[in-house]
Design a protein around this ligand. Structure first.
Ligand code: PLP
Length: 413
């Protein structure tokens, strides 16, 4: 591969480098870990760069489908070569306008979170003279023993509470413009190990079977969610799932004896696992200073470039890839923004760094630029380079710009 140093010189920093071969490897690993009857949705939320999304659809082996949640993600999926019919549209606050746009682009499968949501999908579909397929997203009343922190379902903007779904179902089934095809669960993200993941899936499969039978919910399609893991901004590898496939098959044989014949058809979802390990962030040290005995390494990549979701109290700190044989020291890795919150790692172990040194953060392919505070403090977005082997496939940057709208009353019509 073209060295990171070369790419940093050629394109400047902060720079994301994504390796398509790594995405292909992750995709094959995950398909191999699942029963072959499964559909696999890539959640564009993790990284909507069309050049990366394309690698999950095209090429040898089974193709992912696209899970989208906005018209921006819809546009990215279409640009990556997906057809509307390969998309699942999700989210708790879908508007009529975006639903019309999605249906106009050929999307026919929607995960729905409330009666209002179902009615809106129906209205948008009817407006286009079509019937949309819907999944009922379910917020289970109970969680599995392996994630024992929550023994009962938590209140959430996502999904129908399983306890009250029965009361709402007649309304849902009678809504014009939609046909209920099945259910969607997504109870867990980034499961800590294979056993936790298997436990959650077993719980979901058993719960879905019980609910469908008790309430007589049509069930052609069952999306059991995800939870596949990869490190975030620190060294390490994707999760390994040697037992998953057999455990899923066993649970499905128990609860859905006809699943191998396609009733119901099954699906899983992943964002981070498929894309996380493909990305490396390169930043340049602009200054190293000491304040009251503590060292601060200031780089050109702050929370406007990576880890902006740290405001949500999770995910960071990052780790910097050590150079072989280099000395290490304790310091805070901070960005260039005028806020004390611009910290990628507080008092972490870093190589001894000086101004102009290159800093390398691994496993940043998921939840990178678009999950960061891109516009805060008005710095340019990082450049994003896609490579395959020694070839640079593309280089691009998201641009922010302000559009002025007509201000006179009625002028927008
Ligand atoms: C966020 C999300 C995903 C992707 O989660 P990862 O942890 O990145 O795999 C998948 N499905 C739904 C419904 C989501 O909200």
């Amino acid at each position: 591969m073209t060295s990171h140093e070369d790419l940093a010189v050629r394109f400047g920093t902060p720079l994301y480098v994504y390796d398509l071969d790594e995405i292909t490897a992750a995709r094959h690993e995950l398909f191999d870990a699942l029963p072959e009857e499964f559909d696999l949705y890539y959640a564009l939320k993790a990284n909507p760069h069309p050049g990366l999304v394309r690698a999950l659809r095209d090429g040898e082996g089974r193709s992912c489908r696209a899970e989208i949640s906005s018209t921006g993600e819809l546009a990215a999926a279409l640009e990556a070569g997906f057809d509307g019919s390969e998309c699942l549209y999700t989210g708790p606050g879908k508007t009529l306008g975006e639903l019309r746009e999605a249906i106009g682009a050929g999307v026919r499968l929607f995960s729905t979170d409330s009666v209002t949501d179902v009615r809106r999908v129906g209205e948008a579909a009817a407006g286009h003279g079509v019937v949309a397929d819907i999944l009922l997203r379910v917020n289970s009343a109970s969680a599995t023993a392996t994630s024992s922190i929550r023994m009962t379902g938590t209140p959430s903007q996502f999904g129908f509470d399983s306890e009250t779904l029965g009361d709402l179902l007649p309304d849902v089934l009678a809504t014009p413009g939609v046909k209920v095809r099945g259910m969607h669960y997504f109870p867990l993200s980034n499961a800590k190990d294979e056993n936790a993941l298997i436990g959650e899936f077993q719980h979901t499969i058993a719960g879905a079977a019980e609910l469908a039978r008790r309430l007589d919910i049509p069930l052609d399609y069952l999306d059991i969610g995800g939870g596949f893991t990869v490190p975030y901004g620190v060294p390490g590898e994707r999760g390994h799932y040697p037992k998953l496939r057999a455990e899923l098959e066993a649970a499905l044989d128990t609860h859905f004896p006809d699943w191998r014949a396609g009733t119901p058809r099954l699906a899983c979802e992943s964002g981070r696992f498929l894309i996380g390990a493909s990305g490396t962030l390169l930043a340049s040290v602009s200054n190293v200073k000491v304040s009251r005995g503590r060292k601060f390494v200031i780089t050109d990549a702050g929370i406007n470039t990576f880890g902006g979701m740290s405001g949500l109290g999770r995910l960071l700190p990052v780790a910097v890839q050590p150079q072989a044989g280099a000395e290490t020291e304790s310091a805070s890795l901070v960005g260039p923004l005028c806020t004390p919150g611009d910290v990628l790692g507080r008092e972490i172990t870093l190589p001894a760094l000086s101004p102009d040194d290159l800093v390398t953060v691994p496993n940043v392919g998921a939840y990178g630029p678009t999950a960061s505070l891109l516009m805060f403090l008005g710095r340019p977005a990082p450049t994003e380079v896609i490579v395959r082997g020694d070839d640079v496939v593309s280089a691009s940057r998201i641009e922010h710009s302000r559009s002025y709208l007509p201000t006179a009353p009625g002028a927008s019509e």
